[in-house]
Write a protein that binds this ligand. Structure first.
Ligand SMILES: [Zn+2]
Ligand SMILES: [Zn+2]
Length: 344
């Protein structure tokens, strides 16, 4: 009988269908999944006494307050029983402005004013990262994302809304108190632009969304799925940009995150809880970033896009090669990472 061919190369280059980037899956290094577990906490903890979010009254006027699943209105004072809050960022990179202006220097250099809004979504407990919150608490965060999105998208010069969360010092969080950021931009960033362009091309060619096609294959192949419920799928993507990358996406074809329904929000909260808990246990409370990619809100239609969240744990620092070659190296196969996370 013919021998089954070994389909895996010892070290592989894999094509990311969306970005069209090649990533290196350097399996040859043969690291066991357990080896990615962080050995000791190198985090610098800010004491709740001096934490700006534990002293929320020192912050800007809140935009949205939740208390145990219910929205409450701001009447000049933030009530003690708040659980999730949205506030303007005191140190914004983009600023609201009535005009969007461009300038050119020496017929060469372009500038425009960084018009936009920067907000923070803060959960009450200083020491509880999202992985340690209940599904109900996470749902409140998702509710806040959606509600702030719906409000911000109506504002002038808001063409894209970025929502992201940096957890831990290595992921660039400046405050140890868990918080997410929402930033609106008048422009659409390069990565998303490329993803939109490639998704549109697939859609034209196959009459089908590329993300839906990938999800269908992942459900069949199973080896990269870490968790799924009725509406969502969490996978370690085939062309993972980093070890233990996780993508959460809806099983139905949904281009616009802001249209998420109540039922879907519960489903998404459950997947977030499970995925983040698995990373927390499996990698020993790692630093991570997660971010949303969704269709822009610039008035154009994006029927071919499929929103999703990407979670990138910080397990290895970027070395010279990645910086120079702009090619990412993942030191574990996504299949092995998924198998390990599934067990957690
Ligand atoms: Zn705090
Ligand atoms: Zn789709």
């Amino acid at each position: 009988m013919a021998k089954k061919p070994n389909l895996k190369f010892p070290s592989e280059l894999r094509l990311d269908l969306i970005s069209k980037d090649w990533v290196v899956i350097a399996t040859g290094r043969g690291k066991k999944p357990e080896a990615f577990k962080k050995e000791k906490k190198e985090e610098i903890k800010i004491s709740p006494k001096i934490c700006p979010f534990c002293n929320i009254e020192t912050q800007e006027m809140p935009l949205l307050i939740f208390s145990h699943g219910k929205k409450i209105s701001y009447k000049g004072k933030i009530p003690e029983n708040w659980t999730t809050i949205a506030i303007p960022n005191k140190f914004p990179a983009f600023l609201p402005h009535s005009k969007f202006e461009k300038r050119i220097e020496g017929n060469l250099y372009q500038t425009m004013n960084a018009v936009g809004f920067c907000e923070l979504v803060v959960t009450k407990d200083h020491d509880k990262s999202l992985a340690l919150l209940s599904i109900k608490d996470i749902k409140e965060v998702i509710d806040t994302y959606q509600e702030r999105y719906l409000d911000l998208m109506k504002k002038k010069f808001v063409n894209y809304i970025a929502i992201f969360h940096n957890q831990g010092l290595r992921a660039g969080a400046s405050q140890s108190h868990p918080h997410s950021q929402i930033i609106t931009t008048p422009l659409i960033d390069v990565d998303l632009n490329r993803a939109l362009f490639n998704s549109e091309n697939y859609y034209k060619k196959d009459k089908k969304c590329i993300y839906c096609q990938m999800n269908e294959w992942e459900k069949k192949a199973k080896e990269r799925v870490i968790f799924e419920n009725k509406d969502f799928l969490a996978i370690c993507p085939f062309a993972s940009k980093a070890a233990f990358e996780v993508i959460i996406s809806p099983k139905s074809h949904l281009p616009y995150f802001e249209k998420i329904t109540e039922k879907e929000k519960w489903g998404l909260s459950e997947v977030f809880k499970v995925a983040l808990s698995k990373l927390y246990t499996g990698l020993g409370d790692p630093s991570y970033n997660f971010y949303l990619h969704t269709a822009p809100c610039d008035g154009k239609k994006y029927p071919y896009y499929h929103w999703h969240w990407t979670i990138l744990p910080k397990t290895a620092a970027w070395a010279g090669f990645e910086m120079g070659a702009q090619m990412e190296i993942s030191t574990i196969e996504p299949e092995k990472a998924a198998e390990y996370l599934k067990k957690q």
